[in-house]
Design a protein around this ligand. Structure first.
Ligand code: ADP
Ligand code: MG
Length: 325
């Protein structure tokens, strides 16, 4: 697009080298990187399109945060250490203040995780952001969706359900000016990917996934790939005070949110009994809570109970704006 070189130079090319395995960064036809001998690359890509993943006029800082956070969360779910990324931006126009806010928020999160931006592409068109993130994992180690065993304990990080409540606030413009509405709206966009936890779970968890489509859908992927089932107890689901306020104390409704809310970017993982002590030591060293929500079973299906009673309603995963993507 016109002015592309100036734009890249001004907003994206000025950063400190924070990874000395990057031999050549933005400015040539390709970047050149080294991978340490004892590591492997884990690679992920996510796209966000205006009108599908965020509404027109959404805060550019939040869009940037979410685009990188969703990729960081995928690397975290594998136990990888994120290292560098590329950014393909499709912009309807050159809007200096939008780019300023976008790039500042992007580098703030990238620097926090020691991720270098090593290249990308810039084109004109309807607003869309595609990011590819690379991470390292030690050779012969990775957290995958396969590996959960009957009897393993099922854990989640953080709290669940706020992202879906935030999306409702955004779409319905409900209570948008209340501080509760604003808090939930921000939670929908600005998650904290559990990168350190993922790395430290490599020796502890038997399987892991990040919650991007909803707990039921994502845990379902672990169960399908591991060829097992699970029982979870709704009463143990970690709910925020904000979510409970949003549903006016209706716990049944809060469970639905926690079970189906997508784009949470929390981790769901399974832990064998003999690694529970190690897990508790890890939890004590982190500032995010871990909650045991159930056990892996031989049944081949996911059963959700509330105080021993089966809960089956409203267990669909997350749909972007009501459509499966
Ligand atoms: P080419 O035509 O060879 O694809 P470009 O003009 O698209 O080169 O890009 C020039 C340089 O700027 C490349 O190093 C590319 O990786 C980088 N780049 C382009 N767009 C972005 C962006 N949005 N963010 C970061 N780097 C970018
Ligand atoms: Mg290009």
């Amino acid at each position: 697009m016109p002015g592309e070189f100036d734009l890249i130079e001004h907003y994206f090319a000025h950063q400190q080298p924070i990874n000395n395995h990057v031999q050549l960064t933005i400015g040539d036809d390709c970047a050149i990187v080294d991978v340490p001998h004892h590591q492997r690359l884990v690679v992920t890509t996510d796209t966000m399109v205006e009108g599908t993943h965020f509404i027109a006029g959404a805060n550019p800082a939040w869009i940037a945060h979410k685009a990188l956070a969703s990729n960081l969360s995928d690397i975290a779910a594998m136990g990888g250490r994120p290292v560098w990324c590329s950014l393909a931006l499709t912009l309807p126009e050159l809007n200096a203040s939008w780019l300023e806010d976008f790039s500042r928020a992007f580098f703030s999160l990238a620097n926090h995780h020691q991720v270098m931006l090593i290249g990308g592409d810039t084109t004109k068109g309807p607003l869309a952001i595609t990011m590819t993130l690379h991470g390292w994992i030690p050779r012969n180690q990775a957290l995958t969706r396969k590996g959960a065993q009957i009897g393993d304990y099922i854990y989640v990080t953080g709290e669940l359900g706020d992202s879906k409540a935030g999306l409702e606030v955004i779409l319905n413009r409900q209570a948008n000016d209340s501080s509760l509405g604003q808090t939930l709206e921000k939670r929908h966009y600005v998650a904290s990917p559990r990168v350190n936890v993922g790395i430290l779970l490599l020796d502890i968890a038997s399987a892991a996934i990040d919650i991007s489509d909803g707990l039921v859908a994502d845990l379902g992927h672990i169960l399908a790939q591991s060829d097992v089932g699970a029982e979870i107890e709704a009463n143990t689901l970690p709910l925020s005070n904000e979510l409970l306020a949003y549903v006016a104390g209706d716990r049944q409704r809060a469970y639905q949110y926690a079970l189906t809310s997508g784009e949470e970017y929390e981790l769901c993982f399974t832990v064998p009994e003999h690694r529970l002590d190690a897990l508790h030591r890890l939890e004590a060293s982190q500032d995010v809570p871990f909650t045991c929500i159930g056990r892996v079973t031989a049944s081949g299906v996911l059963e959700v109970y509330e105080h021993g009673r089966v809960l089956t309603e409203h267990l669909n995963g997350y749909d972007h704006f009501g459509e499966n993507d």
